[in-house]
Structures are given as structure tokens and as C-alpha cells.
Design a binder for this molecule. Structure first.
Ligand SMILES: Cc1cc2nc3c(=O)[nH]c(=O)nc-3n(C[C@H](O)[C@H](O)[C@H](O)COP(=O)(O)OP(=O)(O)OC[C@H]3O[C@@H](n4cnc5c(N)ncnc54)[C@H](O)[C@@H]3O)c2cc1C
Length: 409
């Protein structure tokens, strides 16, 4: 289950759902971990230097025997302390939910002027990381929490699955390399910190945290993604399409991806969306960045003759070619007044090939900044110290869909 997270701040436009209040709680958690580690370490150090024990039946050379016993004892104590420090000091070499595991930043490739693709590898060798990830992919959508060590705060990020477009070698995958698509918030503490790190720097993370379970019987997903919400969409696609149980009918995913700027999804070509939505953007309410909606019926193909295809678009294209006929992607651009509207979602849902309305067969997932999720499906809520889904509201509620489970990420 997902670790409960604390209430959201109401006045800011912070991405997704991480807040300053949460920061404080998480800081305390790190502090107590550090304190208990150093206390235990101190105990170990003190107990490693006792006097050599005396023996009742002394041999002709007691001092020599004592010396050997002393060496033996010190060696055993040192080995024990070493093992303890290895397990407690640098942290586990394998990603886990309880302690932070060190990774090194291998590369940071720009995807747009505000976002980058981060590649990280475990700092210490472990044969188990790949298995941890594989288990997580099977369950559904998952994230990890990165630590900002100076401020002792944490934020969640979504590992990208491997597609045919991924440049990792098999060895790198087996070593447990992970990739992330991260947007730099100009005022954000952790995303700025990550974008300023030097290559080779350590990044500590813990997880997996499960955001959404995709049941094995799921046949169809409509994924509505805003900005970096595309990372969980790639995960959902990977998890759904890799499901070997579902040979016939083959599962399908249709991704509607909204971005503010063309540069965020350069080279992306929509599979089905043809007409711009008539509604103003959800961004306009939250970020005040939208222009009036005066240019409907724009083409949904990004002009990309002399521009490189974005790394994330390449991943989506690779998923499509890996699973022909099972993946569709439509792109929406705030900058060009093309927004995901009620009609777009309705059209996609109507195209659903499955008439089976039984539980868990068809899912609508929504991922992106808080305002985006709220507009599409209503806000998540806080109750009893936990973040809950809250009732379905917004555009999806208005559509009054039957047989579709809705999940806000
Ligand atoms: C499950 C999950 C998965 C995620 N995956 C990804 C991912 O793959 N990629 C990605 O890029 N992001 C992802 N996020 C978002 C990510 O966790 C961070 O929220 C994001 O990077 C911003 O964090 P930050 O520390 O840089 O910004 P913050 O410091 O949290 O600030 C965010 C914004 O809020 C404003 N702000 C902060 N405090 C206040 C205040 N008191 N009053 C007014 N304004 C304020 C800041 O100015 C800034 O603009 C995910 C989030 C979740 C919950």
C-alpha cells in the first residue's frame, strides 16, 4: 500500500500533491533514522575492546595464548562491526521501502527547456534491484521518494519502464539502472536540486510506493495525463501490455497527453484526435498561462520537420510499435489552444472495444498536477491523515460513464 501522505497546501500551485507540511513530517522521519543509526554504531564501537579473557588451565606460554585469543576476539568483533556498519552505514544496496538506497546520477538529458531524462544506477552492486522493479511493474503504477539531503525533504518520482527506444544495455538494466522524466520547477526545492546535481553525484531514494494497482483482468485503460503525468502513463502501458495472462482479447491503452508547450512533446503525432476542444484550458485557472481559445480545429500533428523528436515521444512510439494496435496516443497543446475536453474523453470511451462492464475491466486513470486532476476527475481528499481518492467529479463525472473504474494518481 501507498505510504500515507499528509494534507495538501491549498494556496499554492505545487505540482501533484507534495507539500511543505509533508516536508516537515518527512524531515522528522529522516532525523529519527539517523539518530538510531548513530546510537547503535556507538554501542558497537564500545563493545569491541574488552580485556582478553583469562583461562583456568594455563599453558606454558599464557601471554602468547592470550594474545591469540585477543586477536581472535578483536577480529570477530571487527568483522561483526563491519557487517553491522555495511548494513546500517551506506544503507541497503537494494531499493526498499524502509531505508534510503544510494544511486548515482549517470546522465541528465534535456527533453525540453524545463524537463530532463535522468538515468541513475545503484551506487553499490546488488543482484536484487531488477527483481524489485519487475515485481513493482507487475503490480501497476509505482513511484520512489527522492531525498534532498540538505533540506531533509523528499519528493516522489516515477521510474520509466524500458521500451525499444530505451538506450540502456541489458547489463545496465540487470544492474538496476532507473530512468526518470523530471520537470524543473523554477521555484521547486527538489526538482531544482536534482537539475543542479553534477553527473556522478549521489541520489538517495526509497520505494517502491504503489500508486495504483492494475488488476490482471484489466482489458482497457484510458489514461489522461498532464505534463510529467506521462511517466505513470508509460508505466500503466507497460504493466498492462506485459500481462501475459491476457493473450485474447489483447489489452489496450489510449493515452491523452496534455502539455503546455509544443517543445514538451515535439514530434508527437496524434492517433485519433482531430478537432480541438472548445473549452478553455484547466491550466488557465491554475497557472494563468493560456491564451484565449480562438483557434479551434488546428491540426493535431506537431510540426517537427527540423526539430528532434522528444525522448518521451520516442518512448511512446516504441511502446506503440512493440504492441501494434494496442496503444494509441493523442497529444493536446495548451500553447495551440487544444485541450482535453469532455468530447475527447467521450469519443475515446465510446470507441472502447470491450462491452464487458464487469469490475476492473476498464479503467480511466488521471495523472498530472493537482489542478489537472481536480478538473478532470475532482480533487483527491484528506481524511484521517491519509490521502484518499475522493468522489469522482469534474469532466469525468459529467460524462456519467458506466463500467469504467476511475483512479486519480
Ligand atoms: C506519486 C507521484 C509521482 C510523481 N512523479 C513525478 C515524475 O515522474 N516527474 C516529475 O517531474 N514530477 C513528479 N511528481 C511531482 C514531484 O513529486 C514534485 O512535486 C515536483 O518535482 C515539485 O517538487 P519541488 O520540490 O521541486 O517543488 P516544491 O518545493 O514542492 O514546490 C512546488 C511549487 O509550489 C510552490 N510552493 C511551495 N510552497 C508554497 C507555499 N507555501 N505557498 C505557495 N507556493 C508554494 C513553489 O513555488 C513551486 O512552484 C510526482 C508526484 C507524485 C505525488
Amino acid at each position: 500500500m501507498r505510504v500515507p501522505i499528509s494534507p495538501q497546501c491549498c494556496s499554492c500551485s505545487c505540482s501533484y500533491s507534495r507539500t511543505i507540511q509533508q516536508t516537515a513530517i518527512r524531515s522528522r522521519r529522516y532525523a529519527s533514522t539517523c539518530a538510531s543509526t548513530s546510537a547503535s554504531t556507538a554501542t558497537t564501537a564500545t563493545s569491541s575492546a574488552p580485556p582478553a579473557p583469562a583461562t583456568p588451565n594455563s599453558t606454558p606460554n599464557p601471554s602468547r595464548k592470550n594474545r591469540w585469543l585477543g586477536i581472535l576476539f578483536v577480529t570477530a568483533a571487527a568483522a561483526g562491526a563491519g557487517a553491522y556498519l555495511r548494513s546500517q552505514g551506506p544503507g541497503s544496496a537494494t531499493l526498499n521501502q524502509d531505508t534510503f538506497t544510494k544511486y548515482s546520477l549517470v546522465s541528465r538529458e534535456p527533453v525540453s527547456s524545463t524537463s530532463s531524462l535522468f538515468t541513475l544506477r545503484p551506487r553499490y552492486p546488488s543482484g536484487s534491484n531488477y527483481d524489485v522493479y519487475e515485481e513493482a511493474w507487475k503490480i501497476g503504477v509505482w513511484s520512489v521518494m527522492f531525498k534532498q539531503p540538505q533540506l531533509q525533504i523528499g519528493r516522489d518520482y516515477t521510474p520509466l519502464p524500458t521500451t525499444a527506444a530505451t538506450t540502456l544495455t541489458v547489463d545496465e538494466e540487470n544492474e538496476g539502472y532507473l530512468r526518470f522524466f523530471i520537470r524543473k520547477d523554477p521555484f521547486g526545492e527538489v526538482s531544482r536540486y536534482l537539475h543542479n546535481l553534477s553527473i556522478g553525484a549521489d541520489i538517495e531514494m526509497r520505494g517502491p510506493q504503489f500508486e495504483c494497482i492494475i488488476p490482471e483482468e484489466t482489458q482497457e485503460i484510458v489514461f489522461i495525463a498532464g505534463g510529467t503525468g506521462i511517466a505513470p502513463a508509460l508505466q500503466a502501458g507497460y504493466s498492462l501490455l506485459n500481462n501475459k495472462e491476457q493473450e485474447s482479447p489483447k489489452p489496450k491503452i489510449h493515452i491523452l497527453w496534455a502539455n503546455r508547450l509544443k517543445e514538451d512533446c515535439i514530434g508527437g503525432e496524434s492517433d485519433t484526435a482531430k478537432v480541438a476542444s472548445s473549452r478553455g484550458s484547466w491550466f488557465s485557472g491554475w497557472f494563468g498561462s493560456s491564451k484565449p481559445n480562438d483557434a479551434p480545429n488546428q491540426p493535431t500533428t506537431m510540426p517537427h520537420e527540423d526539430q528532434q523528436t522528444s525522448l518521451v515521444v520516442k518512448e511512446l512510439e516504441a511502446l506503440k510499435s512493440q504492441y501494434p494496435g494496442q496503444v494509441k496516443v493523442d497529444y493536446y497543446l495548451d500553447e495551440e489552444n487544444r485541450f482535453i475536453g469532455k468530447q475527447d474523453i467521450s469519443d475515446v470511451v465510446k470507441r472502447s472495444s470491450s462491452a464487458d462492464d464487469s469490475h476492473n475491466k476498464k479503467m480511466i486513470l488521471v495523472s498530472g498536477p493537482e489542478g489537472f486532476i481536480g478538473y478532470m476527475a475532482g480533487p483527491k481528499i484528506w481524511a484521517q491523515g491519509q490521502e484518499l481518492q475522493g468522489p469522482v467529479k469534474g469532466v469525468i463525472k459529467e460524462l456519467d460513464l458506466n463500467g469504467w473504474g476511475v483512479w486519480k494518481l
